[in-house]
Design a protein. Structure first.
Length: 433
């Protein structure tokens, strides 16, 4: 404590109560100011450690002793969580600009099991009894959209058809439904390359029979439908009541350019089917249908129908199908073509060109085929006949006009061109139709 002088002197005024004090023994001085003893004792207190006096608001009490802030901070710390005071020699933990006792720190903070960084537990996720920060959780795991359990990213399966991620068990449950009912119609995914201007999309249906029964249909359908763990990215499978022991393969719509660029990833498993005992061409129950997006005018539809119906022998050759062989074939009926080309005209969907769908036209002339060059030939014919009839006049729609068009564009339609060149004797026959 500061010395209290007792000799007589000039009276001093207490800065707190403003009373005059005659004797210095009743005075105390602090920071150049005088206080009577009573006010001084009310305002100040002596630090236990340094013996200096400080305002009572600037001290901390601990174990019945008082400390100035500097002495307290040199000797103790207060846990930001439990507010208990600990000796500076006790273990203290700093995190997020705060200090904690060891017990509180371990309750509040954990190390990420992957990156080993420290985070508040409340901001972390417990996965397989271990803590992960948000970044590591997102990088390492996904939540199964079915059972809502965490799954390692390497073990997750994505179903593009419903835009969901599944664990292996839930994925297997979905695979059990890999061959859908005939009425199954997923939301179509339209594939085209970036900066591609083509607005003509096509999709196909290929009916196949498991004639050797070497493999289970579901096993094969799973193989076809899944690309890089993505279910039904390009293809999906449906039942078809006209088939004996098979199913149909259906594609999502895509542009011709996109298909040619990505053919291998789309069709690789389809081209392997003959080696696994499946057939399309060798069975009269199977056909191949190609859908084109219908942005056609009525006049374009008219020219398309005219080209098909007035070149029947040629169309039979292209389709490789015996139209007198079975009941579920595509009929050639050129009666009243002008009425037929209108969307509201009532007609059967079993025409060679089916116009009963709202958004597509369906070309139904082909016998099914699993040969790569024949599948490509069929697709190229549909695309080429669309542009041929769009750009040619109604007076130039003979098979010879089409043959010339394909020759002029043989690099684009090379499989179709080669197929037509294989049968010169049939070309002579076409000229007589």
């Amino acid at each position: 404590m500061e010395n209290r002088k007792t000799e007589n002197t000039q009276p001093k005024m207490c800065v707190e109560c403003e009373q005059l004090v005659l004797f210095e023994k009743y005075l105390q001085q602090k920071d150049g100011n005088y206080y009577c003893n009573k006010c001084f004792d009310e305002l100040f207190i002596e630090c236990y450690n340094c013996n200096e006096c400080f305002e009572k608001d600037d001290i901390t009490k601990h174990d019945d002793k008082v400390y100035c802030n500097d002495c307290f901070n040199e000797s103790f710390f207060t846990c930001n969580e439990c507010d208990d005071i600990y000796s500076i020699d006790d273990e203290q933990c700093y995190f997020d600009d705060k200090v904690y006792c060891n017990e509180c720190f371990n309750e509040l903070v954990a190390n990420c099991s992957h990156c080993d960084e420290e985070f508040y537990r409340e901001n972390m996720n417990i996965i397989y009894d271990e803590y992960y920060c948000n970044d590591c959780e997102c990088g390492l795991f996904r939540v199964c959209d079915d059972c809502e359990e965490y799954v390692n990213q390497d073990d997750i399966y994505y179903c593009e058809n419903d835009d969901c991620f599944y664990c292996e068990n839930c994925y297997d449950n979905h695979i059990d439904e890999i061959i859908h009912d005939y009425g199954y119609k997923p939301t179509p995914k339209f594939y085209k390359d970036k900066n591609e201007n083509d607005q003509l999309f096509f999709g196909f249906e290929i009916e196949i029979e498991n004639y050797k029964n070497k493999y289970d249909n579901k096993e094969i359908a799973e193989d076809i439908s899944i690309y890089k763990d993505i279910i039904e990215k390009y293809l999906y499978c449906k039942e078809d009541g006209s088939l004996i022991n098979g199913f149909e393969i259906v594609s999502h719509p895509m542009t011709f350019q996109y298909f040619k660029k990505h053919e291998t990833e789309i069709m690789e498993k389809v081209y392997e089917l003959p080696a696994k005992g499946f057939t399309g061409f060798g069975n009269e129950t199977c056909g191949m249908h190609v859908h084109l997006t219908d942005s056609m005018t009525n006049f374009h539809r008219y020219k398309m129908l005219k080209f098909f119906y007035e070149n029947k022998t040629f169309i039979r050759f292209i389709g490789q199908r015996d139209y007198d062989g079975h009941l579920r074939n595509s009929k050639f009926d050129n009666t009243n073509l002008i009425k037929k080309c209108k969307k509201d005209f009532s007609q059967s969907r079993f025409e060679c060109i089916n116009l009963t769908n709202n958004k597509t036209i369906e070309i139904r002339i082909f016998k099914s085929n699993l040969s790569r060059i024949r599948i490509l030939k069929n697709i190229e014919f549909c695309i080429s006949s669309y542009w041929f009839t769009k750009n040619n006049s109604a007076k130039k729609l003979t098979h010879n006009d089409f043959k010339l068009y394909v020759e002029q564009n043989q690099k684009t339609y090379k499989n179709l061109y080669k197929y037509m060149k294989l049968f010169p004797e049939l070309h002579n026959k076409f000229s007589q139709t």
